[in-house]
Each structure stands twice: as C-alpha cells, then as structure tokens.
Design a protein around this ligand. Structure first.
Ligand SMILES: [Zn+2]
Length: 258
C-alpha cells in the first residue's frame, strides 16, 4: 500500500492500484529503458497513471449508472459498471469493491466544513496554506491570504468532509488544485525546465505530492496523507536547478526523496 487511507475514495483508489500493480508484475517493460530513466521511477509513474485512469473510469461509470437507474444496490452497481468497462476478472463480484464503489459514487455528503468542524481541524495546526506555505486567516485579515479548508483527497472522488481529510489552504491554491491528482500531471506538463524560467505550479505541485507519497510510505509504519503532509509542508516543491541546463521531470524526482 502507498499510504494509510482515511476516506472511501482513497480506499477504492488503493484497491484499484493494487490490481494495476498485479497486472504489471513480472513485466520487463521498464528495464529496457534504464538508459533513459530509473526503471523503478518509470514503473511507479506508469502504475500511478494507470491507477488514476482506472479509478476515474470506475467512478464516472458508477455515477452514470446511479443517475439512470433507481434502486441500485452495491452489487447491481458493480455489475453494471463491469458491463461498461473491462474490469479485471472477479473484481465486480468482490464485496469490498462493490461497497467502496457505491460509497464513492454516492458521496453527496456535505462539501463544506461547518464552523465547528473548521475549528476542530485548525486545532494545534499552524495557520499556513499546506500547499504554498503562505500565512492564512479567516476572511484574509492582517494582510494574510484567505483561509479555506481543503479536502486533501478530492470530495468529488470520495474524499469525505472529516478532519483526517481536511487541511487549511489559501483560496488560490485550493482553486488551482481543483480535482487534480497533480502528482501524475507533472511529467506530461513539464517537458523541460530551465533555471532561468519560472517553474510552473503544476510541476511544483507534482514534485511536492511525490514528496508526500514518499514521506507516507517511508519507515515501517504507513502514514496518512495528512500526517505525511504535516511532516513536509508546504507541499509545493521548488527544485534546485543547475544554471544553464535543462532538466526533465524524472531527473528532478530523486531530489524529493533526499
Ligand atoms: Zn496556498
């Protein structure tokens, strides 16, 4: 497992990631690319990208089924999704998958944290945006950025409004992050960067989330995303770039583990 899940969305994602992991097991695909990038990094990236796509297809189709059929049950929902997408053998009959898919597709719980919940979340936390590190305060007083309470695992993808999935973030970062799972968009968006250029936010977030994922699985006990974030916030990561040289995503990745 990659981290300790705290919401149904993460649970479903990690279950599907495990399936993707098995599908990749024993493949030699990456070893031929050793001249280009570390084969482990490449495999991790492939698995993560495939898992995210797989997860999003499952959620999309489950929502579609729920909106069209009345009286669905977790069992019938998983069966219908299995008819729309090619699921790995037996998956649609697994109880855990059925229940998680149901929870995520049906997650229409409250998106905004109540005042009381916000106070609970903020207890013992520094008032900074976990992504960019700027000072935040309610309503943006004292020249600080406006504080919002952000879902670490996106609400749209089964991230419930519970303290373990909430952290303060400034309005700008919250809006920018949207529903993105930024750690996979980095390699696509950052063809190359140069020390003289401004490094785009997607790349900084992508490297930052790779850092969080590394932090969460480091050591002998898995951490939750929130625990990992609190150990290495702000998440947004500014890589060190050698002057007058171009850098590629996979060349920058080892920095986040240092
Ligand atoms: Zn921010």
């Amino acid at each position: 497992m990659l981290w300790k899940p705290m919401t149904h969305g993460e649970d479903l994602f990690l279950l599907l990631h495990e399936r993707v992991h098995h599908a990749f097991a024993g493949r030699e695909l990456a070893s031929d690319l050793g001249f280009l990038i570390s084969s482990d990094d490449f495999m991790d990236y492939m698995k993560m990208s495939a898992s995210i796509e797989f997860f999003m297809r499952c959620v999309r189709d489950a929502r579609l089924v729920l909106s069209r059929t009345q009286g669905s049950t977790p069992v019938s929902l998983a069966e219908s999704v299995g008819m729309l997408i090619d699921l790995p053998p037996g998956l649609s009959r697994e109880r855990r998958f059925q229940e998680l898919l149901w929870h995520v597709a049906e997650n229409n719980g409250r998106r905004n944290a109540s005042e009381e919940l916000q106070r609970e979340v903020m207890l013992k936390l520094r008032s900074i945006c976990y992504m960019c590190g700027r000072q935040v305060s309610k309503g943006g007083k004292f020249g600080h950025a406006v504080r919002t309470i952000e879902h670490i695992w996106p609400h749209t993808f089964g991230g419930e409004t519970v303290p373990a999935n909430l952290l303060p973030a400034c309005e700008t970062c919250n809006r920018r992050k949207g529903h993105a799972f930024s750690w996979t968009t980095g390699p696509v968006l950052s063809t190359l960067v140069h020390a003289n250029e401004k490094i785009n936010n997607e790349l900084r977030m992508s490297l930052g989330l790779a850092k969080v994922a590394h932090q969460a699985s480091k050591g002998n006990k898995l951490k939750t995303l929130k625990e990992a974030i609190l150990l290495c916030q702000p998440v947004s990561y500014q890589p060190e770039l050698a002057v007058d040289q171009h850098h590629f995503y996979f060349e920058l990745l080892p920095q986040v583990r240092a």
